[in-house]
Design a protein around this ligand. Structure first.
Ligand code: ASP
Length: 417
C-alpha cells in the first residue's frame, strides 16, 4: 500500500493529536488519560531529542560552508548587511504591531492584579537587571568551541563557525580538504534529518496531544481576551505582514511560501522551540523554498537565535497588558523603553520554549511594573509560545528568501521563480 505524502501524514497526525488531546481534557482523572499522556510524552520527547541530536553538527557545518562560499565570492558584506537590516526592520515592525494591538483592543481592561492575588503571592520572579543581561549576552558570544558544541550553545557556535568559515577562505587551497569535509558533513546531517522527519507525524501528534490535554481551562477563560489579542496579532504579523513583505520584495506568493514552509511552521508550533526546529527549517528553506545553501546556512541559524518577531511582539503587548492590570498607563517614554528592552530581549533569548518569559521580567522591571505578574502569564505561556515560535521561524525563512533576492540574485541579475 502506498502511504500518503509526508505533508498529508503530518496534517493527519496533527488533527489526530489535537482531537485526542481534547478528548483527554474532558476526562483528566481517568486511568487511560494518564497512560496516554505518558506515552505521548515519551514519543514527543523522542522526536525532540532526535532533532536536537543533529542540531549542533548541522548548524556548525551549515554556517562554516555557507560563510566560506559567500566569502569566496566576496558577497559576505552584502549578505551580512541585508540580513541584519531585515532582522532589525521586521522586529521593529513586530513590536509596533504589538503596541498598536494592545492600545487598540485594550486587553486587561476590567481586570486588576488583585484578582490574581493567589497566583502572584507565592511567586518569586527570576530577576536579572538589564546591564547584567547585556553583559551575559556579550560574554556568551565568544566561548571555548568545544564547550559551546558540547553544551549546544547555538549563538556561540554561530560565532565560532563564522570565524572558521572566513578563515577557510583566507587560507585558500591549503584548507580544501577541510572545506570539503564540512560540506559533506552538512549533506550527511540533512540526510539524517530526512529520516527523522518520517517520525514527524507521530512526534507532532504526541506533542500537540500533550499541549491540548494539559491546558488550565479556567485561566484560559479569564485571560481569554488577552490570549485572543496576542494570538490574533501574532497571526496577523505571520500571515499578512511578513508574507506581504516577501511578496513585495521577491514576487513570491504567500501560497507558494506556505506550501514550502509548512513542515517547519508546524514543527515550530508543536515544539515551541526555534532551536529544535532548526534542522527542519534548514531543510524546508533549502529543499522546498530553493534558497541557496550558503544563504540559508547563514541566515537561518543566526535568525533562530537573534530574529524573533513573535517574541518581540508578545513582549510589547504583554507589557501593556500587565501595566493595565496594575492600573498604570505607560506614557510614551516608558513605551519607548519597553520597545528597546523587548528588542534586546528578543535578540538575546535563545530559541527554546518559554524563554520569552525570562526577558519578559526584564521588560517589566525596566519600566517599574511588578514582575510577579509573570505568575499570571506563565500558565498560559505554553499556548502563546506556539504561534510566537512559528512566527519566529517564519521570519528566518522569509529573511533567507529576501536576502537571496536582494544580496545575491540582484547582483547576478537573475530572478527567484
Ligand atoms: N519559544 C520561542 C522560540 O523558541 C522563544 C520564546 O519563548 O519566545 O522561538
Amino acid at each position: 500500500m502506498k502511504l500518503p505524502s509526508l505533508n498529508t501524514q503530518i496534517l493527519i497526525g496533527c488533527l489526530l493529536g489535537v482531537t485526542a488531546g481534547l478528548w483527554l481534557s474532558q476526562a483528566p482523572g481517568a486511568a487511560h488519560a494518564a497512560t496516554t499522556l505518558y506515552g505521548a510524552k515519551l514519543l514527543g520527547n523522542l522526536f525532540l531529542d532526535l532533532l536536537r541530536m543533529v542540531l549542533v553538527p548541522l548548524v556548525f557545518a551549515s554556517i562554516v560552508t555557507g560563510v566560506a562560499a559567500l566569502a569566496a565570492h566576496q558577497r559576505m558584506h552584502r549578505v551580512w548587511v541585508t540580513t541584519l537590516l531585515f532582522f532589525l526592520a521586521t522586529t521593529t515592525l513586530a513590536i509596533l504591531i504589538g503596541f498598536g494591538a494592545a492600545n487598540l483592543f485594550r486587553p486587561g481592561e476590567g481586570l486588576h492584579l488583585a484578582m490574581f492575588a493567589e497566583a502572584t503571592q507565592h511567586y518569586q520572579a527570576r530577576q536579572m537587571p538589564l546591564p547584567d543581561y547585556i553583559a551575559q549576552f556579550l560574554r556568551g558570544l565568544f566561548q571555548n568551541p568545544f564547550k559551546a558544541l558540547a553544551g549546544g550553545d547555538i549563538l556561540a557556535i554561530v560565532v565560532i563557525a563564522l570565524f572558521l568559515g572566513v578563515a577557510l577562505v583566507v587560507g585558500g587551497e591549503r584548507f580544501r580538504t577541510l572545506r570539503r569535509l564540512f560540506e559533506e558533513l552538512l549533506e550527511l546531517c540533512l540526510t539524517v534529518v530526512g529520516w527523522i522527519m518520517r517520525l514527524a507525524p507521530l512526534g507532532l501528534a504526541a506533542l500537540l496531544l500533550q499541549l491540548v490535554a494539559t491546558q488550565q481551562l479556567d485561566l484560559l477563560e479569564s485571560l481569554g481576551h488577552f490570549i485572543a489579542v496576542v494570538t490574533g496579532t501574532t497571526l496577523f504579523h505571520g500571515i499578512v505582514v511578513l508574507p506581504g513583505i516577501l511578496w513585495l520584495l521577491t514576487g513570491m506568493t504567500p501560497w507558494r511560501f506556505f506550501k514550502g514552509a509548512r513542515e517547519a511552521l508546524i514543527t515550530a508550533f508543536a515544539t515551541s522551540s526555534s532551536s529544535a526546529t532548526m534542522p527542519v527549517t534548514l531543510r524546508c528553506t533549502e529543499q522546498h523554498l530553493h534558497v541557496k545553501k550558503e544563504i540559508a546556512g547563514f541566515v537561518v541559524p543566526l535568525g533562530a537565535t537573534v530574529n524573533m518577531d513573535g517574541t518581540a511582539l508578545y513582549e510589547a503587548a504583554a507589557a501593556l497588558f500587565v501595566a493595565r492590570l496594575a492600573g498604570i498607563e505607560l506614557d510614551l517614554a516608558s513605551q519607548l523603553i519597553v520597545f528597546f528592552v523587548a528588542m534586546l530581549g528578543a535578540i538575546g533569548a535563545p530559541g527554546i520554549p518559554s524563554v520569552g518569559m525570562l526577558s519578559m521580567v526584564l521588560v517589566l522591571e525596566s519600566v517599574g511594573l511588578p514582575s510577579e505578574a509573570i505568575a499570571i502569564l506563565l500558565p498560559i505561556d505554553r499556548l502563546l509560545d506556539t504561534t510566537r515560535t512559528a512566527v519566529n521561524v517564519e521570519g528566518d525563512m522569509i529573511g533567507s528568501l529576501i536576502v537571496q533576492k536582494l544580496a545575491v540574485d540582484r547582483e547576478n541579475g537573475s530572478k527567484i521563480g
